[in-house]
Design a protein around this ligand. Structure first.
Ligand code: NAD
Ligand code: LMR
Length: 325
């Protein structure tokens, strides 16, 4: 079987490395499909990455056909089928993710061009590096030959945080819950929406009450990354790597169980009146035709107010990087 080529940028980092192991172990495409890894790092990290890859090879993963380590964009992006764009600085205590915009944003015009020029034309891209939504926009605008529908930003970590908090509150399993949605930015303005969610077939908001929803749940999901940073001194890593895999798998295999997931997608032609030139997290379903935003959801006044606040922040982020688009 022909190996699938997977690019991981920032491969020596705290999110990149667990991702490298999970992809090598077959977590992405199952236990029959070989993979080839193309690992991009900044030049000063290459010796370190080489050591990491020695360890990786020592695992003798049966599906791992080849590993390339490089700081060269043409080599890294050459013929890739999947791009996990992780390589970017993480925030430190006291920072918001948008404070990374200046430092990280300038990484992505060149990587967008490399994606455009060297990747397989059907490549699927997942932006993880923060601020993820706006970095995805920069990549997309610099890759005019790749459809924006092939580029996504990750809000799956927020989605899973929401699932987990609701499961704990209702004493349910995560698998009992459907139709949680994350709207907007991967930031504290995101709107984790339970107004359509069901737990064991019952309306989630009837189970948890409005006070818990508004005062504990929403702020809890919005600020979870900051809380982790406060406790650990560094931002999330393993959960981010696992959610990157989950984000990709729901896209690749589809969401055919009556549920949806949340992904940052290009907002053109969206059914909710959101500015049409953003990467915005919506509830989506995935099938053989790609990713589609869930339509016809009733959006109440509170939800619309929350959605507009996060849209406003994304528009402001876009203004900051307009010279990179
Ligand atoms: P890290 O500092 O441990 O690793 C980042 C790696 O990227 C480093 O090894 C660095 O050398 C590399 N890098 C920097 N610039 C690069 C470039 N131009 N090309 C290739 N590699 C480059 O950081 P981390 O904890 O792994 O986090 C990586 C990014 O992912 C951060 O921006 C972080 O905020 C973000 N993140 C996003 C989510 C999410 O849910 N979207 C979750 C966790 C982390
Ligand atoms: C997260 O949500 O955990 C990541 O975006 C990392 C961060 O900066 O909080």
């Amino acid at each position: 079987m022909k190996p699938i080529k997977v690019l991981i940028t920032g491969a020596a980092g705290r999110v990149g490395m667990p991702l490298v192991y999970r992809v090598s172990a077959g977590d992405l495409f199952g236990l029959q499909q070989p993979v080839e890894l193309q690992l991009l790092e900044i030049e000063s990290m290459l010796p370190n990455l080489e050591g990491e890859v020695m360890e990786l090879r020592d695992c003798a993963f049966p599906l791992l056909k080849d590993v390339t380590i490089t700081s060269d964009l043409e080599t890294a992006f050459g013929d890739i089928d999947v791009a996990f764009m992780v390589g970017a600085s993480p925030r430190k205590k006291g920072m918001e993710r948008k404070d990374l915009l200046e430092a990280n944003g300038k990484i992505f015009p060149a990587q967008g061009k490399a994606l455009n020029d060297f990747a397989d034309k059907d490549v699927k891209v997942i932006m993880v590096g923060n601020p993820a939504n706006t970095n995805a926009l920069i990549v997309s605008k610099n890759a005019p030959d790749i459809s924006p529908k092939q580029i996504t930003s990750m809000s799956r970590l927020d989605h899973n945080r929401a699932l987990s908090m609701l499961a704990q509150k209702t004493n349910a399993y995560v698998s009992d819950i459907k139709r949680v949605a994350i709207w907007g930015n991967h930031s504290p303005t995101q709107y984790p929406d339970l107004s359509h969610a069901i737990v064991h077939g019952k309306r989630a908001l009837d189970l948890v009450g409005d006070d818990w929803y508004r005062d504990t749940f929403i702020t809890g999901v919005q600020n979870r990354g900051t809380e982790i940073l406060k406790h650990l001194g560094v931002s999330s890593s393993i959960s981010a790597a696992i959610c990157t895999i989950k984000h990709f798998k729901s896209w690749h295999y589809g969401t055919n169980n009556g549920d949806w997931v949340s992904k940052g997608v290009y907002s053109m032609d969206n059914p909710y009146g959101i500015d049409e030139e953003l990467f915005f997290s919506f509830p989506v379903i995935c099938d053989e035709f790609g990713i589609s935003i869930v339509e016809n959801l009733k959006i109440d006044d509170f939800s619309m107010q929350m959605i507009k606040a996060t849209e406003k922040e994304l528009i402001a982020e876009r203004d900051v990087v307009k010279h990179l688009l």
